[in-house]
Structure formats: structure tokens, C-alpha cells
Design a protein around this ligand. Sequence first.
Ligand SMILES: [Zn+2]
Length: 229
Amino acid sequence: MRRTPMDPELRASRAAEEKEKELTAWIPKTRLGKKVKAGEITSIEEIFKENTPVQEPEIIDILLNLEETVVDVKKTTRVVRAGRKFSFRVAVLVGNKNGVIGLGTAKDAEKWPAVKKAARKAKLNLVQIARSCGSWECTCSIQHSVPFRVSGKNAAARITLLPAPRGVGLVVGDNIKDVLRFAGVSDVWCKVTGATSTKLNFIRATIDALSKTTKMKASNAITKKMERR
Ligand SMILES: [Zn+2]
């Protein structure tokens, strides 16, 4: 199949139209889905607060404007009786650049269906992130960094993210810049240990660390108290 190059703006508006059509035609199956489609639930915060499991990615498409990017593609080979069988394992990252991210992985014999499946999974696997100015040296009160030091791990990958003042940027490996950008974090220092070549493990470890910004409520309160002093 040959694709003719299309103007990116036109392509984006076509994609938006397509999405709009899909969402209008969508018939929700879950109670949560019905409520969202009926406009009874209008924000993702309501879902996070109640901790309601989301089973339909359309719910997320209605509530959030997520960007997607493929962060990892692996071509795997399996030897079968008839010869070799290839498949793609794809990891897709989604995020609203405002405190919500998700990661999904999927496999398929072809790349594009694997990307679609992974994106659906990523939307059902969202993590909420708390941000803050976070740094002693910075008093801008814009939410640009992590609120306090957080660590995360996955397999052998370990990462610690530290609050940084505005303008520092993302002092992290290229592997995980997308994760922080998609989360809406623009300034952070980090420490990593483990095999830095395993990109996906580091992405997962970073998401694990970021997810602790909302889980560690007690230590958050302590940080606030210290800031007031
Ligand atoms: Zn600041």
C-alpha cells in the first residue's frame, strides 16, 4: 500500500474528525461509559478520586485530549514448522502534558495493529501525577517539577527524580524525556542505576516514580509544612 504525503495540519484535522465520528458512534457497555457519554461525568479527576476501573478507552478519549507516541518497537521471531513467524511488540505512551500519563504494550503480526492495541491499553492504564514548583531555589509557584524526591523501579532499572528550579530542563537520559514531557514535568534532576540500555524498563521505572507523587500523601504534607517554615 502506498501512501501519498499529506499536509500535517490537514492530517491532524482529519484524525480529529475521525475520532469525533468514532466517539459519536460509540455505544458504551459499562456503567461508567454510559455516564461519561451522557455527560454525567465530565472530568477525569472524578474517576481518579473514586478509583473506578476504566474498561473502555473511549471514556478517556472523551474526557482527555491525549497525545500518543510509540516509545519502543521490537520485532520478535518465532520459529514454527512452516518457517519463521515475525511479530511486533510495541509500547505506546500517552499523556495530556498536564499530570496524566499511561503506558501500554501489545503484540501483533503487524506493526500498526500492535500500535493501536498498545494505545488502547495505555488509555486504560493511566497514572495521575502531582506536580509542583517543588524546589527551594525557585519560588515561581508554577507546576513544573516533581513536588519532592521520588524513586521508582522496574526489573533492574532504578530511578530517582528530584525537584529542580525552573529553567534547569530535563536532566535525564533521552530514554525517559518523553515520559516527563508527556506528564507535564519540565524541570527535573535524576539519578539512575541499572542497565540503562533497557529503555522500556526505565520508562516503567520513571512512571513508577512519578506515580508516587500522588501516592505519598503523608510525605507530601510534611514537605508542605517544611516549606511554610
Ligand atoms: Zn518553580
